[in-house]
Design a protein around this ligand. Structure first.
Ligand code: NAD
Length: 343
């Protein structure tokens, strides 16, 4: 198999994980990097031995010589960079949040579709080992038809020191973290017909909301609650674990803190340790997320080589992004939002 060559744009805080993961992925490697900040470009270039370095993305695309681009910048630059990739017919991965508005996200999906280039949103949380284990437990059928779920992420972890921009935005937890939790809810219980949300800000030192409680009516008829908080101090800090409860017609699934999976049916309860692997370059407590970065990048490489669409394609991600917009809309108006009408 010939190795795919990638170019990475945005050499910031999170891109370091992506660069480590590309080193481990079979079938792809990074051939060039770009950052408008020369300091970040130098740090990442030297750490990973990449000599092709660019401060300007348009120069990177003009020179070419790569099979896909991995956009790891913050959201403001996603729209122009994705459209630049589409114009150059280069398959593209884009970090979440994909866009600042649903209209922008739709325009980016259209640009790639019209150009005939594959597009994947780096929506990695569904690729976490414990989340995949819940999916498999549900698919095994022992709990029957799921009718209720809870997808919960509650923490007091200081995310602001590594990502200071998170404290400054008008929007915070739904756009940054809840977007992943909403995607997990879709991955486990299917697409959503209607959404109701309530938010609040507890931390006085940030601008956006740090607590959100979201009620989802799934198209299947199941109901779920997505609850996220960065204002919740607990005896043992659970960051960055997503905890899941699922009730089905014949049993239940619980993913609890410490990566413990319980599946209960009429025969009793089976308990499994679904801890993520600690990859050689990973560090606790981020290792769960870091392993999912490797998993999604391997998935992209395999799908691109096979000519197949990735799990979190741009088109798929519109259905997650719509939930983010709907949650802000519902919190502002107090109304329940019809998701179908947005797509
Ligand atoms: P960051 O600010 O540390 O890094 C972004 C980098 O992009 C900076 O070095 C900046 O100079 C560069 N950049 C911005 N615009 C550019 C442009 N037009 N051309 C070239 N370079 C440009 O941000 P971060 O914390 O690394 O976050 C990046 C993205 O990753 C965000 O969208 C964030 O939400 C996402 N993220 C995802 C996860 C996850 O688990 N999927 C986790 C953390 C962050």
């Amino acid at each position: 198999m010939t190795e795919l060559k990638g170019a990475l744009i945005g050499c910031g805080f999170f891109a370091v994980n992506q660069m480590h993961a590309w080193n481990d992925v079979k079938g792809a490697r990074i051939a060039a990097i770009c950052d408008r900040d020369p300091e970040r470009l130098k740090i990442v270039g030297e750490q990973f031995g990449i000599t092709r370095r660019y401060c300007d993305a348009s120069q990177l695309f003009a020179d070419g010589g790569f099979d896909f681009v991995d956009i790891a910048t913050t959201v403001q630059s996603h729209h122009p960079l994705v459209e630049m990739a589409a114009r150059h017919k280069v398959p593209v991965i884009c970090q979440k949040p994909f866009a600042t508005t649903l209209a922008d996200a739709k325009a980016m999906v259209k640009a790639c579709r019209d150009a005939g280039v594959p597009l994947m949103v780096h929506e990695n949380f569904r690729w976490q080992t414990p989340i995949q284990a819940v999916r498999r437990a549900l698919d095994a059928g022992v709990i029957g038809e799921p009718f209720w779920g809870r997808f919960s992420f509650r923490s007091a972890y200081d995310v602001f020191s590594g990502q200071p921009y998170l404290a400054a935005g008008e929007r915070f937890i739904i756009e940054d973290l809840g977007i992943h939790t909403l995607d997990i809810a879709r991955f486990i219980l299917g697409d959503v017909a209607a959404l109701t949300a309530r938010t609040r800000r507890v931390n006085p030192n940030i601008r956006g909301e740090d607590v959100a409680t979201i009620l989802l009516d799934h198209q299947s008829g199941a109901t779920s609650v997505v609850d996220v908080s960065y204002a919740t101090r607990l005896a043992t800090e659970p960051f960055p674990e997503t905890l899941i409860e699922l009730d089905g017609s014949h049993g239940t699934i619980r993913l609890s803190q410490g990566y413990r999976l319980e599946v209960t049916d009429a025969q009793g309860t089976k308990v499994t340790d679904v801890s993520p692997r600690l990859l050689s370059w990973a560090s606790r407590p981020w290792h769960n997320i870091q392993e999912s970065v490797f998993a999604i990048q391997q998935h992209w490489t395999d799908r691109l080589a096979a000519g197949e669409a990735p799990s979190t394609s741009g088109a798929d991600n519109l259905k997650t992004f719509a939930l983010v917009e709907a949650a802000y809309d519902s919190a502002a108006t107090g109304k329940t939002i019809d998701i179908g009408a947005m797509l």
